[in-house]
Design a protein around this ligand. Structure first.
Ligand SMILES: Nc1ncnc2c1ncn2[C@@H]1O[C@H](COP(=O)(O)OP(=O)(O)O)[C@@H](O)[C@H]1O
Ligand SMILES: [Mg+2]
Length: 431
């Protein structure tokens, strides 16, 4: 490749060389003509001399450093060349190219959005006044080494940014080099958010586990001490301890399921599963809870099999979580409607599993946050019902792994509807 480009550049440059030597060649031609006319030089010798001079003018003397010079670039500094401008313009993140004095040579659209005051040929420091950037830029100019700095951009919204200042040596057309400075900006906000969420998650998980654990050890102390011989108290405390231990077990179960689903999030399930019997199985399992809460489950299913590409265990958990939530939080409505519809009976192109309850519903400000881990509208109520606050988060992850959607609709005071939509087999094959 290198050889090719060098060769083609030297060929491409010969008209250019001819143009540059034109004056010399004309002078030689005039001198030779005069010698032929007045100095007695023979025409043959004069022709021979001219051919030698012409050959010398055409030899590519600096083959190894030959840089193709186009008309556009001729007479331009390398940093001003259209190719450099195109590279800066094509960078996906904000990028600004400066000359060695810190003056702006090029910047891209993303950089213009980040610092609207940036102007070509003006000092970049006028537009980028953040102290961290100024220090990094000064150090990069002084040391000619790459510098990194992070800073918080507060306008128009708070963003964590990283700037990388890289001194560059750009080759000039005639074999020299020119110092420039490339500044690239990277938005670190999503990474920071994930870090924060992870920290929150660990804090929440340990808090959720610590509460029942504290209750358990408190009761153990009481049973070993003051209530040692109190049979009735012992029975009551053991009942509470059992409930707390069950809550811890459920929390650990949910945490494990969540991490398992997250780990396999990118692998789409490919087993064909008929979901009708799965929903029946879940409803049967929840009958005792329904009768305890005096809620009737109304089920509406197609008579035929409804097959999707899915993971049986995950789908069971999904159906169970949604129906159980309806029974627990919508109990006051007295009924929960569970339906399964195909594109032929619903107005969309997906298979829809919907759970509708007629309880208190959910206020609109909570709706967007319901699928966050540990988010609960009423923490006390959820705990009292044995909830962990992880159910809907798990549901969302399972639906996403199945390449589906979770819809939550609620009119405050009039119940809530949770719908899991799955692509049909035909729709999945098209993707
Ligand atoms: N059908 C529903 N009606 C009213 N509120 C609901 C319903 N489903 C869920 N919620 C609210 O969403 C919260 C999160 O639900 P979930 O993630 O399943 O956690 P958990 O059931 O363990 O509390 C619940 O604590 C409850 O406040
Ligand atoms: Mg739940």
């Amino acid at each position: 490749m290198t050889t090719n480009s060098t060769t083609s550049s030297s060929f491409a440059a010969w008209p250019d060389r001819l143009r540059r030597s034109a004056i010399v060649l004309m002078a030689v031609m005039l001198g030779l003509s005069a010698s032929v006319m007045f100095g007695g030089l023979s025409l043959q010798h004069a022709g021979l001399i001219f051919i030698c001079v012409l050959g010398a003018a055409l030899v590519p003397w600096s083959l190894h450093h030959a840089v193709p010079v186009t008309d556009d670039q001729a007479g331009m500094r390398p940093a001003e060349a259209p190719v450099v401008q195109a590279l800066v313009g094509g960078m996906p993140e904000a990028a600004v190219l400066l000359d060695r004095a810190g003056r702006v040579l090029h910047f891209n659209v993303a950089a213009a959005q980040l610092a609207p005051a940036l102007r070509k040929n003006e000092l970049a420091l006028f537009a980028l006044r953040t102290p961290e950037i100024i220090t990094a830029l000064r150090q990069a100019i002084a040391t000619r080494e790459s510098q990194r700095a992070t800073y918080v951009d507060r306008v128009p919204i708070e963003r964590w940014m990283e700037v990388i200042v890289t001194p560059l040596l750009l080759p000039t057309a005639f074999g020299g080099t020119e110092y420039c400075i490339l500044m690239t900006f990277h938005d670190q906000t999503p990474l920071r958010r994930v870090e924060e969420m992870r920290a929150d998650f660990v804090a929440n998980a340990s808090h959720e586990l610590r509460t029942p654990l504290a209750a358990l050890s408190g009761f153990i102390d009481t049973l070993q001490g003051p209530a040692r011989d109190d049979v009735r108290a012992r029975e009551r405390f053991l009942g509470i301890m059992h409930a707390q231990a069950t809550r811890m077990a459920r929390l650990i179960d949910d945490l494990l399921s969540l991490s398992r689903v997250e780990l396999s999030a990118h692998v789409r399930p490919d087993t064909l599963v008929d979901i009708v019997p799965l929903v029946h199985q879940v409803i049967d399992g929840l009958e005792p809870l329904a009768s305890e809460r005096q809620v009737t489950i109304e089920a509406e299913f197609p008579n035929t099999a409804v097959t999707i590409a899915g993971d049986t265990e995950e789908l069971l958990r999904l159906f169970e979580n949604l129906i159980e939530n309806g029974l627990k939080y919508g109990a006051s409505g007295g009924r929960v409607a569970v339906s399964l519809t195909e594109p032929s009976t619903n107005d969309g192109s997906e298979i829809r599993f919907a759970v509708r309850d007629f309880g208190p519903g959910i206020a609109p400000e909570h709706l967007p946050r319901l699928t966050e881990r540990f988010y609960r509208v009423d923490v006390g109520d959820s705990r009292a019902q044995g909830g962990t606050g992880l159910g809907l988060s798990l549901v969302k992850h399972i639906v996403q792994r199945h390449r589906g959607r979770l819809l939550i609709e609620s009119v405050f005071g009039h119940g809530a509807t949770f719908t899991a939509c799955f692509p049909t087999l035909k729709g999945a094959a098209k993707e």
